[in-house]
Design a protein around this ligand. Sequence first.
Ligand code: HEC
Ligand code: HEC
Length: 677
Amino acid sequence: MIRSRHLFSLLIFGTLAGCTVELPNPPAQRENHWADQGWSNAERQWYHHASQGTNTFGLPYEWFKALEQPELSLSEAGLFSDQNYLSRMGFIPSPVSLDDKAQATQYGYRDNTEYSKSSPYAGKSYNKVGLPVGFAVGDEWLDPASGQRWHLPGTGKNAHSLGLTCAACHTGQLEYGNHRILIDGGQAMISLDKIREALKISLAYTKFLPGRFDRFAKRVLGDADTPQNRSLLKGQFDSFLDAAKEEGDLEAEMVKQGVTEGFTRLDALNRIGNEVFANQMKIKGNMHPIAGPVSFPFIWNAPWFDWVQYNSSIQQPMVRNAGEAMGVKAMVNLSEPQKPIFSSNLPLQTLHEMEILLAGSKHPLEAKQFGGLRSPEWKTLPLPPLNEALVAKGRDLYLGNPDKGQKPLCAGCHLPPINSIEIFDASHWREPGPGFSEKYLALKTVSVKDIGTDCKTAFGMAHRTVDTPDYIHNSGALVPPFTPQQTPEDCPQPLSGATPASGHKITNFGVALGEVVYSTIETWYDVHNKTDAERLVLDSNRPNGIRAVIDGVPAYKARPLNGVWSTPPYLHNGSVPNLYLLLSTQAERDAEASKFYLGSREFDPKYVGFKYRAEGGSHLPGQEPLPNTQGLFLLDTGLPGNRNTGHLFTNDSVAGRIGPKLSDDERFAIIEFLKSL
Ligand code: HEC
Ligand code: HEC
């Protein structure tokens, strides 16, 4: 009887879920190297695994460790948490401890004076559980539905939370020759779609495949694996799956209405909005399609930018980091006004420590150099040598050279390089505002219309509205509609929205997000009795500025480009595979890579990008397409959200033209200069 019911469920399930998630082959063995970027080994390992109080996958750590890979087989499959398995989704394997020198070396850690300099983080192991870079085990797990601790039946122990931390999304890897170069603060090659999908199927197989739940229970319960405890665990598991299914269905619907994120990308702002205003506030109508994915940005020097995010929308590091932690499921009470509203489990002190590691402890204007995390240096890595004559030629093009009558092609927007003396010129620094005394790098922004790149991210934030109940204290701003001349074709003005229910208001999403996140932060400060002076330090001496438009319209910011060579693909939505094509005309981009497969980490040092395989494209001279596309993600630049338009160097007067057509010689010179930064 039970057997046939199982079989029946299995059949339904088979048709519902398909068999498995297609993943790229496991990466080949290579020699791992962490680039030298100013952090000691201990600082690096702490940063990779310090918990931000997040519960990203919605299930406890003990369960995650006990799940098997989503393989449709009746025998035992490998563990889901196996680092080699997770590396196929782009996660970077990490050693358990640095004390075992041989193990640490195998994972790319090196022993030299800089790496082993003393730091408060030294002498401890931050990855006892042996998970990849960016996975962090936190405090006790709280059931999202009830807010209660969740005990592991019969063991006398409570479950723990498991979440992603900064390093999951902000650590890069490039494979070249026999080497794998690992880059702190770089662009991650992960696919959160793949891990989400794989977990969903793994959980379902645990329920339906004979024997799989028994093995799961044995791993979770250990010595307490009695029939009674197993049946209690089964009860927890089944009710968890019912709740997860509802959330999963809604999530799938949001992706269906938008575009797939794939390897290297995430629609961070819309996902944070969905988590905060729909899931945590428990207002389903606040869900928004995944429409404007962005490429994980590099984050070295970002603490010194006056505004961050691609659309230059956030000013304060604490709001940026706490908002991000809420987006990857840190728990905040936004739905039960009878309990303390805005109370959270966010570890704000840890978030601040992470920020200090990134920023360095001295102001760059005072030290006359940028401290904290530095960009990786091409010259010190196992990459082909630079051609210095070409670098010099590229410098003239980038910065201009008055002696030769050359105007700058790039520095007018991207500023002089971070390691140049010119960057400390007062004209590049801005005062943040009343009550805040530090100066920050004044980055240039360009309206979406003028830069001509995909509009979905920047317009998405300006157009999105959310419904909030009165107890949320939302000051109630709406972004005024844009004129037809200001509005790109892909981003029409939305139809005017619903009228709010009584006791609710509908406002711009960005402004509401800034206020909700800052109220959560202030509540934490109050609970922890922080003085005004301490608050200013934790806020990194910056006001809570949030903006969806600049001079009345959505815009993107031009960042300093040191280390950008290590962070393909390019533009905010990752729609251009290499630097060469970023310096090209629209026709060239479309001919080479209008649809291309992403997910390989094989680095191409000539055109500067990851190797890819174009569908229907011709590939650049000498470029070898990837041999197969198994498990890779096809980025179709024909779709709104994925457009590869704008930032064009062309002689045609088209939208998004920012400079003249560049010869091959000029492009390779600029690329060589970028490699030297
Ligand atoms: C789940 C992935 C993820 C995690 C975890 C994450 N980030 Fe990010 N981060 C992003 C994405 C995606 C963006 C770009 C969002 C945008 O601009 O629309 C971003 C933007 C940023 C920026 C702005 C960069 C710039 O130049 O505009 C900084 C700085 C940053 N993150 C730091 C951090 C820190 C510090 C942490 C940990 C406390 C963290 N991030 C955790 C994905 C993540
Ligand atoms: C008119 C201002 C402007 C000029 C001139 C300009 N850029 Fe940009 N650049 C931008 C903006 C704005 C962005 C962000 C666009 C986006 O992501 O949608 C950008 C993005 C980039 C990126 C992508 C960064 C990333 O995060 O992927 C690179 C690389 C780049 N520019 C290189 C250059 C080079 C090299 C030159 C000179 C040959 C140059 N730019 C000239 C404004 C400019």
